[in-house]
Design a protein around this ligand. Structure first.
Ligand SMILES: NC(=O)c1ccc[n+]([C@@H]2O[C@H](COP(=O)([O-])OP(=O)(O)OC[C@H]3O[C@@H](n4cnc5c(N)ncnc54)[C@H](O)[C@@H]3O)[C@@H](O)[C@H]2O)c1
Length: 285
């Protein structure tokens, strides 16, 4: 049983959580938002969510996904607030966190999940990647993570309430992967920014950690097309998994969400500045 499935004791009761990148149906953010709600939190779900017909082109959630997530959280008994915003947009993030604070209360649990890379978004040999897409990968994964943490932590400090922040990095933030240059640079940045935040915010009672997922079966990975094609079809993918991943399988979004929820819980009270691998053994450094 995963940590998120054992939350009946509602460790997050009376707390307000903010999850970015929350809406895509098979994503890590959605599983995290539902885990926090199951644990008793009121959950603000922030996502770039685009109109239904545009979402697949951009590889993002749709407005409908955001609405259905809110309905699922409400069905679990919690309050939900949805906010459509780009984490890389400073004004939008500030407005979003101000609205969440006003409508739900001060955010004390932050899951910075929004991020990624993909075709036209930093994926490919470093010699071919364009400057604009390299910068966009840094903007979404690093600057966006910082902006959300900053807006929330500023309010935690002002209110003297403390809190817990979990940033989503990647195993690609710990070692290089071909064709993921901008993403590796960005996710490595998230790890060192996490350590720095932990040092600066610790005295205010705010713990800051990161999770480093391995290879997770979500729509970002899109194993049926991108990943399987890169590996030479289903057989190539199976060989890659057998060779590279000690536990012999991809991870699920639920498994990553479970680690995030644990790091956001009092069960992890002694942990800060950590970058926790959740990679089925694919990365151990
Ligand atoms: N899937 C993997 O194998 C894997 C591995 C390591 C790390 N990660 C990281 O985990 C996180 C979640 O990945 P996932 O696999 O669940 O991806 P996903 O594509 O399923 O979900 C990402 C979510 O973020 C939203 N989003 C994208 N850009 C945004 C922006 N600028 N502002 C706000 N929201 C935005 C999308 O709409 C979507 O809902 C990402 O940071 C990713 O880099 C994923």
């Amino acid at each position: 049983m995963s940590f998120t499935q054992g939350l009946e004791q509602r460790p997050f009761a009376d707390q307000v959580a903010l999850v970015t990148g929350a809406a895509r149906p098979r994503g890590i953010g959605r599983a995290t938002a539902l885990g926090l709600a199951r644990g008793g939190a009121d959950v603000a779900c922030l996502d770039i969510a685009r109109p239904y017909e545009e979402a697949p082109l951009h590889g993002t959630a749709s407005h409908d996904d955001l609405d259905s997530l809110a309905a699922e959280i409400t069905a679990l008994g919690g309050r939900a607030l949805t906010v459509q915003a780009d984490v890389a947009d400073e004004a939008a993030v500030e407005a979003a966190v101000a609205r969440v604070s006003e409508e739900l209360g001060t955010v004390t649990l932050v899951a910075n999940v929004a991020g990624g890379s993909g075709p036209g978004f930093g994926l490919g040999p470093l010699l071919n990647v364009g400057v604009a897409e390299f910068r966009r990968v840094l903007d979404v994964n690093v600057v966006g993570t910082w902006l959300v943490a900053k807006a929330c932590a500023t309010r935690m400090v002002a209110g003297g309430v403390g809190g817990r922040i979990c940033n989503v990095s990647s195993q690609a933030g710990k070692r290089g992967f071909p064709f993921l240059g901008p993403y590796c640079a960005a996710k490595a940045g998230v790890i060192l920014m996490t350590q720095t935040m932990a040092l600066e915010l610790g005295p205010a009672g705010i713990a800051v950690n990161a999770v480093c997922p391995g290879t997770v079966d979500t729509d970002l990975m899109n194993k049926d097309s991108m990943f399987e094609n890169l590996m030479g079809g289903p057989e190539g993918l199976a060989a890659y998994i057998a060779r590279e991943i000690p536990l012999g399988r991809l991870q699920s979004a639920e498994e990553i969400a479970s680690a995030i929820c644990w790091l956001l819980s009092e069960s992890a009270a002694g942990v800060t500045g950590e970058a926790l691998n959740v990679s089925a053994g694919q990365t151990m450094v």
